[in-house]
Design a protein around this ligand. Structure first.
Ligand code: UTP
Length: 225
C-alpha cells in the first residue's frame, strides 16, 4: 500500500499499562515500509477512556461530557505514537482540517478524537475520505469481523469478506446490545460506503500483521468493500 489510514484501537496501545513493546515494534514496522508514502494514524481511548468515563457515568454525567473526556484519553494515547515517529508534526491535530495541514509535508499524521458523538473509527474514516485515501486498516482486539462477539463464545463465524451493507447490519445489530463491543461504528461504515474505501479489519496488536497487509498484500482478517 502506498497510502493508508490506520484506526488503532486504544486497547492495542495500552491495556493495564502502556504496551511500549508493541508501540516500538509498530513504529519500526511502518517506518520500514518502502512503498508507504502517506499514513494517517488515529488512536482510540481504550481502558484509559473507560477508566475515566465509567465512574462519571455512574454519577449520572451525560454522554456529551463523557465523550469530551474520552477525546482527551484518545489524544493522550496518540502521544504514545507521535513521540516515537520521525517524519511527523509533533502536535496532535484536533480536527480533520488541522490533520490535513499537519500532514502536508510529512509522511505521517497522528491524532485522536475530534468532537463528541462519534468514535475514532469515524475520525479515521473522515481522514481517509478527506485525503482521498482508499485503503483503511482497523487494528482492533479481534482478528476480523464475526457473526457474534467471539469472546462471548458459542458458534460465531468469522467473515473473510463483507459488503458495506452486510457490515452495517452487523454493526447496527451489535449497537442494540448494551455493553457489546462493536467492530466499527455504523457512521464510519456509512462514510466508507459513500467514499468507496476498502476496510481491512485485523488483529491490531501484532506488528507483523501491518507488514503482511501493507507490504506483502496478504489477505488477513476481514475485508469490507
Ligand atoms: P474510541 O474511539 O476509542 O471509542 O474513543 P470506542 O470505539 O468506544 O472504544 P474501544 O475501541 O471499544 O476501546 C473513546 C471514547 O472517546 C469519545 C467517545 O466517548 C468514545 O467512546 N470520542 C472519541 C468522541 O466523543 N469523539 C471522537 O472523535 C473520538
Amino acid at each position: 500500500m502506498e497510502k493508508v489510514v490506520i484506526s488503532l484501537g486504544g486497547s492495542v496501545v495500552s491495556s493495564n499499562a502502556v504496551n511500549i513493546d508493541f508501540i516500538k515494534a509498530f513504529v519500526k514496522a511502518i517506518e520500514g515500509m518502502p512503498s508507504l508514502s502517506k499514513c494517517g494514524i488515529v488512536v482510540g481511548g481504550g481502558s484509559l477512556a473507560r477508566g475515566y468515563i465509567e465512574p462519571l457515568r455512574s454519577e449520572g454525567i451525560n454522554n456529551y461530557f463523557l465523550d469530551r473526556i474520552g477525546i482527551k484519553a484518545t489524544r493522550l494515547n496518540a502521544e504514545l505514537i507521535v513521540n516515537l515517529l520521525k517524519d511527523v508534526e509533533n502536535v496532535i491535530p484536533e480536527s480533520i482540517d488541522e490533520a490535513l495541514s499537519a500532514w502536508k509535508n510529512r509522511k505521517f499524521v497522528v491524532m485522536g478524537g475530534t468532537i463528541p458523538g462519534h468514535t475514532t473509527d469515524t475520525v479515521a474514516m473522515l481522514l481517509a475520505e478527506a485525503s482521498g485515501i482508499g485503503e483503511f486498516i482497523n487494528g482492533t482486539s479481534v482478528d476480523g469481523v464475526y457473526s457474534k462477539d467471539p469472546r462471548a463464545g458459542g458458534g460465531s463465524k468469522k467473515f473473510e469478506n463483507l459488503t458495506y451493507s452486510e457490515a452495517l447490519s452487523l454493526s447496527i445489530e451489535s449497537y442494540k446490545n448494551a455493553g457489546s463491543n462493536v467492530f466499527m461504528d455504523p457512521v464510519s461504515l456509512l462514510i466508507a460506503r459513500r467514499a468507496n474505501i476498502n476496510i481491512h479489519v485485523i488483529k491490531g496488536d501484532l506488528p507483523e500483521n501491518y507488514i503482511n497487509i501493507m507490504e506483502m498484500n496478504k489477505k488477513i482478517g476481514t475485508l469490507i468493500s
